[in-house]
Design a protein around this ligand. Structure first.
Ligand code: GLN
Length: 331
């Protein structure tokens, strides 16, 4: 019998490592408590799909992820992916910013080996906990040759999602991770079933490489709403932000009173990136605002938090707004 693929599980915390006081606590519990060895020991079924080893990288709730965490995790994933004795990598992660980390890795880790990010909506101590099955699914995907070259993936709720496209869409319920473009496949009883592949550039097709990135520039987000003011825009400008993501209303629309403040920022050299607070759809260039005239960039279909990730990565290579827009179309 052939040796099973070797999958490394990098643990970072979150609810998948959470523990509550009672089995009835599905929402009230402490995240990032259970160490990776205990998580893996509690799931002996993993040995039927892969040889699994665990590494505790962080033990945090994912809302506290910083750029330093992203870089450290990315560097570790990249190093492991280069090891001949590693076939796939799973990252356990809190669900709140899981989509940001997955997209970051998708952009900067140059490997065709499967990388799967996974979390859970309920702690392992809860009735109908979802972490064990999600982790089993993640390892089965990371161990599968078919999962290679599809970019960084996310397995939650029986589905295999593209790390680029997926977002957390509800803060209770286990069917939390969705993409407007649909999942790539499904996992049933450890078997992977594929139906589509990502169209955007990623991993081996990316022009970015974590091995060349030492630091990420400051990119922040302002939110659009009725009675919008310019306090946040001006404060970020003063703080020396390199790009500002505007999470606009509707099709990335910008309040009339906010336009001059954003133009002033652009005149200072700050990139202005129009995204939308609406969960689905995409922002069209020169619709709602004259992007060509203002030299602004549109975020295409990326949610504001994902636009922030791409802007940071892109700005490590270019300060040119045309190049930045090309990157937003391609990734
Ligand atoms: N379901 C979760 O993982 C949320 C727990 C926590 N807020 C985190 O993101 O890590």
């Amino acid at each position: 019998q052939a040796a099973k693929p070797h999958v490394v599980v990098l643990a970072t915390g979150g609810t998948i490592a959470g523990a509550g006081a009672s089995a009835a606590n599905s929402a009230t519990y402490a995240a990032a408590k259970v160490p990776v060895d205990k998580l893996l020991a509690g799931l002996p079924e993993l040995s039927s799909v892969a040889k699994v080893s665990g590494e505790q990288v962080f033990q945090i709730a994912s809302e506290s992820f910083t750029n330093e965490h992203l870089l450290k995790l990315g560097q570790r994933v990249s190093a492991l992916a280069k090891q001949e004795d590693v076939d796939g990598i799973v990252i356990t992660h809190g669900t709140d910013t899981l989509e940001e980390t997955a997209y970051f890795l998708n952009l900067v880790v140059r490997t065709a080996k499967p990388i799967v990010v996974v979390g859970s909506m309920r702690p392992g101590t809860a009735l109908s906990a979802d972490g064990a099955l999600n982790l089993y699914d993640a390892v089965s995907v990371a161990a599968s040759k078919d999962a290679g070259g599809k970019g960084v993936l996310v397995t939650m709720n029986d589905e295999i999602q593209s790390g680029r496209d997926v977002s957390k869409t509800i803060n209770i319920k286990t069917e939390a991770f969705k993409s407007q473009w649909g999942p790539l496949g499904m996992v049933v009883e450890g078997r992977n079933y594929w139906f589509r592949a990502p169209a955007k550039r990623h991993t081996t097709g990316s022009e970015f490489n974590i091995d060349d990135i030492q630091a990420l520039p400051a990119v922040d987000i302002v939110y659009g709403y009725g009675n919008m003011n310019t306090t946040g825009i001006e404060a970020y400008g003063k703080a020396g932000v390199k790009a500002l993501i505007h999470a606009g209303t509707g099709n990335g629309s910008v309040a009339a009173q906010a336009v001059p403040a954003l133009q002033a920022l652009r005149a200072q050299g700050v990139q202005v990136i129009r995204s939308a607070r609406v969960p689905d759809g995409f922002v069209l260039r020169n619709a709602e605002q004259p992007d060509d005239k203002y030299d602004w960039v549109v975020a295409h279909d990326l949610r504001p938090q994902k636009a922030r990730i791409l802007a940071m990565v892109a700005l490590t290579r270019t300060q040119d707004s045309k190049e930045l827009q090309r990157i937003f179309w391609e990734y």
